[in-house]
Design a binder for this molecule. Structure first.
Ligand SMILES: Nc1ncnc2c1ncn2[C@@H]1O[C@H](COP(=O)(O)OP(=O)(O)OP(=O)(O)O)[C@@H](O)[C@H]1O
Length: 193
């Protein structure tokens, strides 16, 4: 599989990957090497210019972007409850599940606060909790530890590991060497010198 944007050079070519459940993949490479593009290809939003992607047993893809996006006036817990409601659960169940996920990410105390009042790191963790609330088979995460202090970053990395052990495929684009070391497999897009 390979990809280039119109008029651009090959971001990658002859890339062959088989992603399997219960594994956390780190996607590394310098800025501009194509990490976000490859996440987009894995999500099915970008069609590679060469080769193909075969998705086997993937019903739901979760994607967490570098910059958190939420609804300013809506509470943190509502952001996480929404995908649970959308999956057909009752309102009370959705709320309980959302509170459980917020707890996993150390966000219980800000559950009822509006999105606009959250710190960058809180908002980033909220985006992870929201993505997981949709029960994805494949979770694609862009720079999850970029805005976090070392303790919070270690918590996120451990959470991603726990999710993968439950059966999820997790792919994390990261520059953080500690996050990279905690992953099972490294996919490096750095050009060979
Ligand atoms: N839609 C697009 N059209 C044209 N070029 C694009 C498009 N999206 C990305 N690019 C270019 O493709 C290259 C790879 O971008 P990408 O965002 O995938 O890199 P990255 O490794 O994620 O970078 P960073 O670490 O800075 O986030 C860049 O040179 C970028 O400018």
């Amino acid at each position: 599989m390979g990809h280039h944007f119109p008029g651009g050079h090959d971001l990658f070519s002859d890339l062959t990957l088989a992603l399997v459940p219960k594994t956390v993949y780190a996607l590394t490479g310098p800025s501009g090497s194509g990490k976000s593009t490859l996440l987009g290809i894995m999500a099915g939003w970008i069609t590679p210019t060469a080769g193909a992607v075969v998705r086997d047993g993937i019903q739901q893809v979760g994607r967490v972007f570098q910059n958190p996006h939420g609804t300013p006036g809506r509470t943190a817990v509502d952001h996480v409850a929404l995908p649970v409601l959308a999956a057909g659960h009752h309102r009370d169940e959705a709320h309980d599940e959302a509170m459980r996920l917020l707890g996993d990410f150390g966000l219980t105390s800000i559950a009822d606060n509006p999105f606009r009042s959250l710190s960058g790191g809180e908002a980033q963790r909220l985006m992870l909790a929201r993505a997981i609330a949709g029960s994805p088979d494949l979770l694609l995460v862009d720079e999850p530890t970029a805005q976090l202090d070392p303790h919070a970053a270690a918590t996120i990395t451990a959470s991603l590991g726990a999710l993968s052990r439950e059966g999820m495929i997790v792919v994390v684009a990261t520059h953080d060497h500690r996050a990279r070391e905690a992953c099972d497999v490294v996919i490096d897009l750095a050009p060979v010198p």
